[in-house]
Ligand binder design. Structure first.
Ligand SMILES: NC(=O)c1ccc[n+]([C@@H]2O[C@H](COP(=O)([O-])OP(=O)(O)OC[C@H]3O[C@@H](n4cnc5c(N)ncnc54)[C@H](OP(=O)(O)O)[C@@H]3O)[C@@H](O)[C@H]2O)c1
Length: 291
């Protein structure tokens, strides 16, 4: 299987590269993962906004699967840069979709829980209506709709609350703060599913191998608030820092966050892919970090 990855330097992209590393380049024919090949251009060589550049990269690689993980992910930044958010996340994604159709490649597009408004109190199914409340979510929701028109068999993987090695992530911030302060304050009125990039990368490759299509929700099992997540991180790190629950209103941010964005695993499980719980995932992440 030939893969082309946009967004290789990102939190998720690094783990996809890692899963596919050691695989040979240019192996042809149906191949198991170990014999897959990967092309992973840097963003400077393949800016999603450059239609001709994106087309050239896809033409050269002629991949079986394109994984589109690249995005403008600064949720607050998107509020003041609407044009850039749509240029990268929607029009840029469409550039990839058009070239994928031209060269007969399958596309796996990474999307987000931010396409929902967070007003539900039971896990979001893939059939639930989208209603983003911020520019980032709007740009991703727009991409989902436009891409599906170009590529009806696209696979759209929505995920949430990513953490992992190789970049800024919530657990690393909590460990750092908790190690230097007697008490930390963490928001307790937003609920979601923390997702380990290592587990997510593996699941995405399983979905490609299963020739998945349509919208699929891909997160670690279970859910919690940011406060619950922080308490578990502090506990597993062996620290005795107090964690104080606070409200979102006490920490105003430019972009509104969904109060509830738990994604149902039903669509993922229908491909017989199951991810471990977030508690298991954070334990493995911290063990890796400490060792
Ligand atoms: N992080 C989360 O909690 C979360 C939650 C739900 C969904 N998602 C989605 O999951 C995907 C991966 O997220 P992530 O956290 O791994 O992202 P990330 O760490 O912010 O990485 C973003 C990647 O996109 C690349 N990029 C940005 N602008 C680009 C452009 N104009 N052209 C080409 N490449 C560009 C970056 O390249 P440079 O490093 O060179 O800038 C980087 O490789 C994204 O699609 C995101 O929307 C993330």
């Amino acid at each position: 299987m030939r893969y082309l990855l946009f967004g290789a330097s990102g939190l998720l992209g690094q783990q996809i590269v890692d899963k596919l590393s050691g695989c040979k380049r240019d192996v042809s024919g149906a191949a198991p993962l170990a014999e897959a090949s990967l092309t992973a251009p840097a963003s400077k060589d393949a800016d999603l906004r450059d239609h001709a550049g994106v087309r050239a990269v896809i033409c050269d690689a002629k991949p079986d699967w394109i994984i589109l993980s690249a995005a403008y992910t600064d949720v607050d930044g998107c509020e003041s840069n609407r044009e850039l958010a749509f240029a990268v996340n929607c029009e840029g994604a469409l550039n990839v979709a058009h070239a994928a159709r031209e060269f007969g490649s399958r596309l796996l597009f990474m999307s987000t829980d931010y396409v929902f408004d967070g007003s539900k109190r039971s896990p979001y199914e893939v059939t639930d209506p989208k209603n983003p409340t911020g520019v980032y979510g709007e740009s991703k929701a727009c991409a989902e709709e436009q891409i599906a028109k170009v590529l009806p068999n696209v696979c759209i993987a929505r995920t949430s609350w990513l953490f992992g090695p190789g970049g800024k992530s919530f657990p690393a911030t909590i460990v750092k703060l908790a190690a230097s302060r007697p008490e930390i304050a963490v928001v307790n009125d937003q609920r979601g599913s923390p997702t380990f990039t290592v587990d997510l990368a593996g699941a995405l490759l399983q979905l490609c191998q299963a020739s998945a299509h349509g919208i699929i929700h891909v997160t670690n099992e279970g859910n919690c608030t940011w406060f619950d997540f922080a308490v578990e991180i502090v506990r597993l790190s062996g620290l005795d820092t107090a964690v104080r629950p606070v409200t979102t209103a006490e920490f105003p941010r430019p972009a509104k966050r969904p109060a509830y964005s738990v994604l149902s695993p039903q669509s993922l499980n229908s491909y017989n892919v199951h991810l471990p719980s977030w508690q298991d995932a954070i334990r493995r992440y911290l063990a890796q970090k400490i060792s």
